[in-house]
Design a protein around this ligand. Structure first.
Ligand code: GLU
Length: 358
């Protein structure tokens, strides 16, 4: 899952493309393979879109500033491909047959094959290999002038996970957003709203945010927004510096150099040096159950699964429990012979790894 940004505000001439791209760059640390955006030009009454493979800098190189002066609302995305190769066509946003509905999406639409077949039979033409594109055509199918109604009608048919943002040429003064197992928040600024999949993207403009909950749909207008369930804003208590690269040239080196501090934070308050022991709060609540465990699976992807492999050795050595680390993408589709004496430990650095969540 990768990055979502949206911007809508009262000032139609706000530098929304620049600030959108700036916000997108704040999500670069999560990794991505391509990027793109679409915006409504309120003067020309048209939606413009641009996509690029690779770095956000490649997207910037393609920017046509001739149309960006009245770009509002705008949605921007960094993609980490799950379905379909890393190509410009597969980069988000995706649109419907009539270039009315434009959508960006984080997550996986599990039943996309079946939906795509149905929609193709009904005459919809697909231009990408992504699972996301079915959302655009499904929303098109239900669209009769009101975007949120169409999005809500479409989502009824979706199985899978999503954080998404949609704009429409024929209902242009809003962004409709929705989430299910993929984070999204609304940043409340001065006469403007930002939408983001990660607070680090909005912190430069506002600290007042509303986190969407699973199953919620938000309709964000130029001067008001509504969510199915009203929630109180929370204050972000991190500082800008927590998200910056600091003096490091890129995030990976920053994370490597921060390892001593990260380890220190992770074990803070958990070590009992005088006993040469550690205490992991919470585990004692399930102590009885844990003592009955004879088999452990560690489920993770990427770096987290490498951490799992280290854990595997430790579990076997110190707890004498047979342990196996399995890629989350495989675990989902295998019969792992779990019984009441098995324990599954899922690890995700971001907390959003789609396969691990599933
Ligand atoms: N499943 C979508 C795709 O492959 C979204 C991937 C993402 O979360 O970036 O395009």
């Amino acid at each position: 899952m990768c990055g979502i940004i949206g911007y809508i505000g009262k000032d139609l001439t706000a530098k929304s493309v620049d600030l959108g791209i700036e916000a997108l760059k704040r999500l670069e640390y999560r990794g991505y393979d391509s990027s793109g955006f679409a915006f409504w030009n309120a003067k020309e009454k048209k939606i413009f879109s641009q996509k690029a493979v690779g770095k956000i800098a490649s997207l910037e190189e393609k920017l046509d500033y001739g149309h960006t002066d009245h770009a509002n609302p705008i949605i921007l995305h960094t993609r980490w491909a799950t379905h379909g190769g890393v190509t410009e066509k597969n980069a988000h946003p995706h649109c419907d047959c009539h270039q009315n509905i434009w959508i960006i999406h984080n997550g996986i639409i599990e039943n996309f094959r079946q939906l795509k077949r149905q929609l193709e039979n009904e005459g919809h033409l697909f231009t990408s290999e992504t699972d996301t594109e079915v959302l655009a055509h499904l929303i098109e199918k239900y669209f009769v002038g009101n975007l949120e109604d169409a999005v809500r009608a479409a989502l009824v048919h979706i199985e899978g996970t999503y954080g998404l943002a949609v704009i429409a040429r024929d209902d242009p003064d809003k962004i409709v957003a929705a989430r299910l197992s993929s984070p999204l928040l609304i940043g409340i600024g001065n006469d403007e709203y930002l939408l983001a999949s990660d607070p680090s993207a909005v912190i430069a403009r506002t600290r007042k945010v509303i986190y969407l909950d699973d199953g919620e749909v938000a309709v964000i207008g130029r001067d008001k927004f509504s969510i199915i369930r009203e929630k109180k804003p929370q204050e972000i208590d991190w500082s800008q510096g927590d998200f910056d690269k600091g003096d490091y040239p890129h995030y990976m080196i920053k994370e490597i150099m921060e390892q001593p501090e990260t380890l220190e934070n992770a074990i803070k308050g958990r070590l009992i040096p005088e006993e040469g022991n550690a205490r992991l709060g919470g585990l004692d609540l399930v102590e009885k159950k844990l003592r009955a465990v004879n088999k452990a699976y560690i489920v993770a992807c990427g770096t987290a699964s490498h951490a799992g492999l280290v854990g595997e050795y430790m579990f076997e050595e110190y707890a004498e429990i047979l342990t196996k680390t399995e890629a989350a993408s495989e675990f989902r589709y295998r019969d792992m012979l779990l019984d009441k004496h098995s324990v599954v430990i899922a690890i995700s650095q971001s907390g959003e790894t789609a396969d691990t969540l599933a």
